[in-house]
Design a binder for this molecule. Structure first.
Ligand SMILES: NC(=O)c1ccc[n+]([C@@H]2O[C@H](COP(=O)([O-])OP(=O)(O)OC[C@H]3O[C@@H](n4cnc5c(N)ncnc54)[C@H](OP(=O)(O)O)[C@@H]3O)[C@@H](O)[C@H]2O)c1
Length: 285
């Protein structure tokens, strides 16, 4: 491990999906990889799976105290070296009409994806190069197509990802002073457990007796199709590795299928897109 201290990365939310793929990719690229999990029971199996160059950290991104404890472990392990890359990846996605979702669930999205990123950035900044400026690190924030498009039934998720992108832009400009780069990666539809965890079909049952019944059904079918067509996360992880090694990365990378659809949704006049989405998802005649 000693000779790897100059190539290190911390990935939040690595128990599954994109986070797990990032761990595998960066280990393959000879990095020392710190990966956060919430369930302490996963520590040992993951260590066994990934080997000596993987260091599990147990924290919830919404818990400042737990992250501060993990910071001490990372600092001790790095023995004075900087942390090369921090990837804020942890996230959740639960669907529902604003009229019916709970305030707690909305808040949980913001806490996980906005406050969580803030917590990790603030706590790990000293290791990313605000103290030791000889090799400034990079912050990569995992956003989404939902970071630039507002989709019906995804207000909690889209609000959080829009906010994460705003946070990233402020941070990128602020950290110019330290030479620490901030990059947004916005994936679209990669095969992970995110929608299974969201219990999309179960939720549809809950909205049966509301005015959104048909529209929500149509939308969940669309989400199920999208997740079935989802791309391989390992390909995404490889792309993120390549981005992380660029001297002059762009401020944002969007990647994944349905490029044209996302492009049109972003570039056509908003009122026209409202009409198209409204008709397609049975929200208007
Ligand atoms: N899959 C896609 O197509 C897609 C598209 C666009 C953006 N994204 C973004 O990619 C990121 C990863 O998602 P994924 O698709 O890989 O889903 P996933 O397999 O469900 O992974 C989400 C990870 O985040 C962790 N997590 C959730 N809440 C957390 C918290 N409060 N504290 C710490 N860890 C937490 C989960 O840990 P637990 O096991 O403990 O729950 C899990 O490891 C998310 O930010 C998501 O919005 C995904």
């Amino acid at each position: 491990m000693e000779n790897k201290l100059n190539k290190s990365i911390l990935v939040t939310g690595c128990s599954s999906g994109i986070g797990a793929a990032l761990v595998s990719e960066f280990l393959k690229q000879d990095f020392l990889v710190f990966g956060s999990i919430r369930d302490k029971k996963m520590e040992r199996p993951l260590k066994k799976k990934y080997g000596d160059n993987f260091i599990p950290l147990v924290f919830d991104v919404t818990n400042y105290k737990q992250i501060s404890k993990a910071y001490k472990k990372v600092k001790l392990t790095l023995k004075g070296a900087n942390l090369g890359i921090l990837i804020n990846n942890a996230g959740i996605a639960k669907l529902g009409p604003v009229e019916h979702i709970s305030s707690e669930e909305f808040d949980l999205h913001l806490k996980t994806m906005v406050l969580g990123a803030f917590n990790c950035v603030q706590i790990f900044l000293p290791l990313l190069g605000t103290k030791n400026k000889c090799s400034p690190g990079k912050v990569i924030n995992i956003s989404s197509g939902g970071g630039s498009i507002g989709s019906p039934f995804m207000a909690s998720y889209c609000s959080s990802k829009h906010a994460l992108e705003g946070f990233s832009e402020s941070l990128r400009r602020e950290l110019l002073i330290h030479g620490i780069k901030v990059i947004i990666v916005a994936p679209r539809a990669f095969k992970t457990a995110i929608w299974d965890k969201s219990n999309v079909d179960g939720r549809a049952v809950g909205y049966k007796k509301t005015v959104y019944n048909q529209a929500f059904d149509k939308f969940t079918n669309y989400i199920n199709e999208l997740s079935e067509q989802g791309r391989d996360v390992q390909v995404l992880a490889r792309k993120i590795y390549k981005i992380s090694s660029l001297k002059k990365p762009r401020v944002k990378y969007s990647m994944g299928p349905s490029g044209l659809q996302f492009y049109l949704t972003r570039t056509l006049p908003k009122k026209l897109v409202d009409k198209m989405l409204g008709k397609y998802f049975l929200l208007m005649k």
